[in-house]
Design a protein around this ligand. Structure first.
Ligand code: PGA
Length: 249
């Protein structure tokens, strides 16, 4: 795999069957931009069927179990996601880490499961406002990524997509500036290449956190920003389309 331009829409706890139908019918297709929609679990199978014949559009889950099977009530395995046609899985979103207690170890185990079944993990990393103010942004992101590298191995990491999402920018309307984001993306790429020669050139690194039509182009112009993981704006189809178009420029 090599770096791809990706715009992914994370619906979080939003959406409906009608919305899914509407969005699939309305989304634009832009050359060289992979568009990913990540609806809640109940809509994934229908979403996979709807996008099956569409170029450049694929389906992601928002989470997955770190377990493969057994007595784990309420969990969903990677094998099940593969079975219903999902292509990727968002892992370690800050809301999962903060609200549902996902540790670096759990995140690493989930990524390992996702890779084992040949799906693409979208690994989310990012610092809190406090950590940014303390100047530990790069260290926090590096630690989060290294804990996955240690478990899956750098040689298996080229199928991972990274989403840098500063926690303070998620859902707040306050995006990182393109320069702030670029700085972190460049350091992540450096870390990857230090782990394995050439790895930094292969991994797509998306920015996430209050991406909208108005700031997408400037973010995408940065050398190390390969696309976006979009929350709120992915629920407004016109806005999401503008973000997709900005990635294609
Ligand atoms: P936001 O969310 O675009 O609403 O800030 C991004 C995310 O949580 O992935």
């Amino acid at each position: 795999m090599s770096r791809r331009k990706i715009v992914a829409g994370n619906w979080k706890l939003n959406g409906s069957k009608d919305f899914l139908q509407h969005i699939v019918e309305t989304l634009v297709s832009v050359n060289d931009v992979d568009v990913v929609i990540a609806p809640p679990f109940p809509y994934l199978e229908k979403a996979s069927a709807l996008v099956a014949d569409l170029n450049g559009l694929s389906v992601s889950a928002q989470n997955v179990s770190s377990y493969s099977d057994g007595a784990f009530t309420g969990e969903v395995s990677v094998a099940m996601l593969k079975d219903i046609g999902a292509d990727s899985v968002i892992v370690g979103h800050s809301e999962r880490r903060e609200l549902f207690g996902e540790t670096d170890a759990i995140v690493a185990e989930k990524i390992s499961q996702v890779l084992k079944f040949g799906l693409t993990p979208i690994l989310c990393v990012g610092e809190t406002l406090e950590q940014r103010e303390q100047g530990s942004t790069i260290e926090v992101c590096s630690t989060q990524i290294k804990s996955v590298l240690d478990v899956v191995g750098a040689e298996n990491f080229d199928n991972v997509v990274i989403a840098y999402e500063p926690v303070w920018a998620i859902g707040t309307g306050k995006s990182a500036s393109s320069a702030e984001a670029q700085e972190v993306h460049a350091s992540i790429r450096k870390l990857l290449s230090e782990s394995l020669e050439g790895l930094g050139k292969k991994v797509s690194i998306l920015y996430g956190g209050s991406v909208k039509a108005a700031n997408a182009k400037e973010l995408f112009e940065q050398e190390d920003i390969d696309g976006a993981l979009v929350g709120g704006a992915s629920l407004k189809v016109e806005e999401f389309n503008e973000i997709i178009k900005a990635a294609g420029i």
